[in-house]
Design a protein around this ligand. Structure first.
Ligand code: C2E
Ligand code: CA
Ligand code: CA
Ligand code: CA
Length: 275
């Protein structure tokens, strides 16, 4: 932790201590919290950039903690991955997202984040099959977002599960593209439906020529592999227009909508789009 000027140990040290205590509490309470129904999903609207019309939403998990209030995923996903609990949590997320999406108009998809561990420690194909059959959601409406790191040690096991999921009709998105390692080999080895450009590039788009170049390159790379581009973190009209002009197909960000209850997505979809 950083030291403050003058007075010995700074706030940062006690902040760090408090953070660690809280992390241990979260770890100990996770399993019980799932059983107690404290985890829930918010959904961020995803739009077609050319028209600004809703195409679906990304499910983002939250923990309503009795003492800490609503805890964001960056505080518990890593802990859940380390303990393996992410598999139970991940199964809940897929099931809950499918249950919610079936209440939306048929044209809308739901995107679910999946940790690499969910492929190595459990049978994701079985989890997805169960979620689809129990909810009645058609497979095309379920999109799975997998981070680049999942492809790093592209075990044949992961590739086989992804292929089986794709054969079911489920769509696969490569998340956080550009933030991980630069090996592009997996693009050739596995057919993807969507490539998601990380928000760090989108945010700098208007001010940083390098980000513009990268987004353009990813767009042509994606086109070459028959994948659609989804841009994250669109916060302004300027970014939207630039990305649309580059031919990026879809996007999401605070400009279009923050993560919100699934019911709000249903209500928004029912209204006539105003642009
Ligand atoms: P991600 O998949 O890259 O999700 C995008 C994150 O950016 C979300 O944060 C979202 O709220 C935020 N965001 C969206 N639009 C904007 C914007 O315009 N500006 C800014 N500044 N931020 C924006 P969130 O919900 O805190 O999720 C953080 C990460 O937690 C996700 O990153 C994902 O990696 C992970 N995560 C969330 N839900 C799940 C889940 O159910 N399972 C797993 N394995 N990971 C999850
Ligand atoms: Ca994501
Ligand atoms: Ca992302
Ligand atoms: Ca991320």
């Amino acid at each position: 932790a950083r030291k403050s000027v003058g007075s010995g140990y700074s706030l940062h040290d006690s902040d760090e201590a408090r953070r660690q205590i809280r992390a241990r509490a979260l770890e100990a309470e996770m399993k019980g919290a799932l059983a107690a129904g404290q985890f829930f999903l918010l959904y961020q609207p995803q739009v077609e950039l050319a028209r600004g019309s809703l195409t679906g939403a990304e499910a983002l998990v939250r923990w309503r903690h009795p003492e800490f209030g609503v805890v964001p995923p960056f505080e518990f996903i890593e802990i859940a991955e380390a303990s393996g609990f992410i598999c139970e949590l991940g199964a809940f997320v897929v099931e809950e997202a499918c249950r919610q999406a079936i209440t939306w108009p048929e044209a809308l998809s739901v995107s679910v984040n999946v940790s690499p561990l969910q492929f190595t420690r459990m049978d994701m194909v079985a989890v997805v099959r169960k979620a689809l059959s129990e909810s009645g959601l058609s497979p095309e409406r379920l999109h799975l977002e997998i981070t680049e790191s999942a492809f790093l040690d592209v075990s044949d096991e992961i590739l086989a599960q992804l292929a089986a999921l794709r054969a079911l009709g489920v769509k696969i998105a490569l998340d956080d593209f550009g933030t991980g390692y630069s090996s592009l080999g997996y693009l050739a080895r596995f057919p993807l439906d969507f490539i998601k450009i990380d928000q760090s590039f989108v945010r700098r788009l208007a001010t940083d020529p390098a980000s513009l170049t990268i987004v353009g390159a990813v767009k042509s790379l994606a086109a070459g592999f028959g994948a659609r581009v989804v841009c994250e973190g669109i916060e302004g009209e300027t970014e939207w227009q630039m990305l649309a002009a580059m031919g990026c197909e879809e996007g999401q960000g605070y400009y279009f909508g923050k993560p919100q209850p699934g019911e709000d997505i249903r209500l928004a979809a029912a209204r006539v789009p105003d642009r």
